[in-house]
Write a protein that binds this ligand. Structure first.
Ligand code: ZN
Length: 158
């Protein structure tokens, strides 16, 4: 199995969608990622990991991923989608983010900020982040600030 393993894609490789599917076996890469994260590579987990492994980082909702899985003829229930997303998040493969009540699973687990498109609820990574935020008040007594999430709401220019 190790000789079939592809190297982790670099950022440059991830931005070339057309070539991604032509190299190696995406399902094999998905399985390897699960094993590396300490997850048993069940058929459903492999299929969902394969769906999430697009050419660039993605922000998915459980409902959207369920629809995508159905279109791809992946046999998985909605509750299994929720469970798998939670397991992937706990294993560090995804990061759960909430934008104005909208729960999103981000395939980019690095610290970065987002734009939220008001009309479509689309979430877009902010370039050039992480960024510095000044003027924060002190944390409440007995607490320390561990992170700040910045969301810039955007809309189409009228
Ligand atoms: Zn993101």
């Amino acid at each position: 199995m190790s000789e079939q393993r592809s190297p982790q894609p670099t950022g440059a490789e991830r931005s070339r969608p057309a070539r991604r599917g032509l190299r190696g076996c995406p399902a094999s890469e998905a399985r390897d990622r699960l094993v590396s994260a300490g997850l048993r590579p069940t058929a459903q987990r492999c299929a969902i990991a394969w769906l999430l492994n697009g050419p660039k980082h993605r922000h998915v909702t459980p409902e959207g991923l369920y629809q995508e899985a159905s279109k791809a003829r992946v046999s998985v229930s909605q509750s299994s989608i929720y469970n798998i997303l939670r397991q992937f998040t706990e294993a560090g493969l995804l990061r759960q983010r909430t934008f104005r009540g909208l729960v999103i699973y981000d395939t980019d687990v690095s610290d970065h900020q987002h734009f939220l498109v008001e009309e479509t609820q689309e979430v877009i990574n902010m370039p050039g982040t992480p960024m510095r935020v000044g003027g924060l008040p002190s944390a409440p007594e007995g607490y320390e600030i561990v992170g700040v999430e910045l969301i810039a709401r955007v809309r189409s220019k009228r």
